[in-house]
Design a protein around this ligand. Structure first.
Ligand SMILES: Nc1nc2c([nH]c(=O)n2[C@@H]2O[C@H](COP(=O)(O)OP(=O)(O)OP(=O)(O)O)[C@@H](O)[C@H]2O)c(=O)[nH]1
Length: 130
């Protein structure tokens, strides 16, 4: 199966976490995710994350500690989701590609409809920050 690496960010501000709803034109439309995107060849996941967050939310982040990598098989592709805690250092996020974004308390995350790969990560975030 084709495998892709995807870096994503758990951005925490004043106890709340930035989450994004995938838009109708995107794969997995209508599901929530942590912002991020595919890691290009010859790119470190941290670099990919900084690049993707500039493109899709117009923000600059500092990448902090890594969280636990999740490997998930969708029907057509295997993804390695590589999460990091991150801190917003410049800009106020705007949903350029997503349907909308929200800041949620960690304890409110589990009830959202998530992309399948994110479920273990959501649990880790609740354990760590909830
Ligand atoms: N950003 C992000 N993608 C995720 C998460 N969980 C998850 O399964 N994915 C999947 O990983 C893939 C990442 O694709 P993307 O569309 O965000 O990446 P990208 O911006 O580089 O895509 P592009 O090729 O359309 O430019 C999608 O299939 C997406 O559904 C997550 O928490 N965050």
């Amino acid at each position: 199966m084709n495998e892709i690496e995807v870096a994503c960010a758990v951005i925490v501000r004043q106890g709340r976490i930035l989450v994004a709803l995938r838009g109708s034109q995107m794969e997995h439309a209508g599901l929530w995710e942590f912002p991020g995107g595919k890691v290009d060849a010859n790119e470190a996941p941290e670099q990919a994350l900084i690049r993707e967050l500039k493109e899709e939310l117009l923000i600059t982040v500092k990448v902090d500690q890594p969280l636990t990598v999740v490997t998930h098989d969708y029907s057509n592709v295997r993804i390695r989701l590589i999460p990091f805690l991150a801190t917003l250092v410049d800009g106020e996020p705007k949903p350029i590609e997503h349907e909308k974004i929200e800041w949620y308390h960690p304890d409110d995350l589990p009830v959202l409809p998530w992309t399948d790969a994110d479920i273990p990560l959501v649990m880790e975030v609740v354990d760590l920050l909830g």
